[in-house]
Design a protein around this ligand. Structure first.
Ligand code: GLU
Length: 309
């Protein structure tokens, strides 16, 4: 476990305003940072520029502030941090861990079809390794994307501990395969940017929605490759939409009503099993923090807090 001073973060993608689901992650990460007497940062994850909505970043910061969630340092924008990601990619290439890949989507689909593999309904095809240096490499073709080679066998079985979900593992080579760290369109992949930034910002604790839990093994593996410390993880329960799927902008999640932040917090609190009844945002957050400190909300994972003076 980490002896470094607690630094937590909320890392929204500015693809639209905050909704009930994203507020749960924001609130939980804020409460956890406060309960540990730590710092809470906000990082705008705007690397996937085609999906970003102009002005959504500022609006999210305003929504957070209206809910009483104000970061302890000025927010950072991933779009301004390209040199850091390039440095990490250079390191991985230098270590012989990342390689250039010339495959198009249809090349990958064809190679998989030849192996009798079909695309799963949710998720991507595992990269068949066509451009891996040990399988012949680029063979004179120009690289489009950059991939991280993942090991097989026991080394590819990535284990990690989640404070709420308990012990987790994924056989990375079978579930994901060599994954993209720089995309064919030149954009930085989420996996690389998030790992580089968590490390650069000294993040010790990641608190985020459970929909991201299956990204954690890729991030744990990247941390090991880059030689940076692994944060402690807590994945929070998801808010479900009317169709029984995770609430998201795609299935009609409404933007939080800035006119009624208390109601938004109460709903987020319900998902975290926090019963706070106060009638102002400030008093509600104080009650919620007391509940979080007691370890009430997410059962066994959140029990040990240093007493705050
Ligand atoms: N930017 C990601 C998202 O909004 C979250 C990343 C993270 O918390 O690790 O889904």
């Amino acid at each position: 476990m980490s002896a470094r001073p607690y630094i937590g973060r909320f890392a929204p993608s500015p693809t639209g305003p905050l909704h009930a689901g994203s507020l749960v992650a924001a609130l939980a990460s804020w409460l956890d940072a406060r309960a540990h007497g730590g710092l809470w940062l906000v990082r705008i994850e705007d690397v996937d520029t085609p999906r970003c909505v102009p002005g959504a970043d500022r609006f999210i910061l305003q929504q957070l502030a209206t809910c009483g969630l104000v970061p302890d340092a000025p927010p950072v924008w991933q779009s301004q941090r390209g040199p850091l990601y390039q440095q990490a990619l250079d390191q991985l290439v230098h270590q012989g861990l990342a390689y250039g890949c010339a495959c198009t989507r249809s090349d990958i689909a064809q190679a998989n079809a030849a192996l009798g593999r079909v695309k799963p309904r949710h998720g991507d095809l595992v990269y068949p390794g066509t451009c891996r240096p040990d399988q012949g490499g680029l063979r004179g073709r120009a690289p489009r994307a950059w991939r991280l080679a993942v090991p097989t066998g026991e080394a590819g079985r990535i284990r990690w501990q989640d404070r709420r979900l308990g012990e987790q593992w994924q056989q990375l080579d079978e579930a994901v395969g060599d994954f993209v760290v720089r995309r064919a369109d030149g954009l930085w992949a989420y996996q690389l940017a998030v790992v580089v930034d968590d490390a650069a910002q000294g993040v010790t604790h990641v608190v985020r929605g459970e929909d991201l839990a299956d990204n954690t093994p890729r991030q744990r593996y990247l941390q090991d490759c880059l030689g940076v410390p692994a944060p402690v993880y807590l994945h929070t329960p998801l808010v479900m939409g009317a169709n029984g799927e995770k609430l998201s902008k795609q299935n009609g999640a409404e933007a939080l009503d800035l006119g009624d932040p208390l109601q938004a917090l109460q709903r987020a609190g319900e998902t975290l099993a926090i019963a706070a009844t106060a009638h102002t945002v400030g008093a509600w957050l104080t009650q919620a923090l007391a509940a979080w400190r007691k370890g009430a909300p997410l059962s066994s994972g959140i029990t040990k807090f240093p007493e705050q003076g």
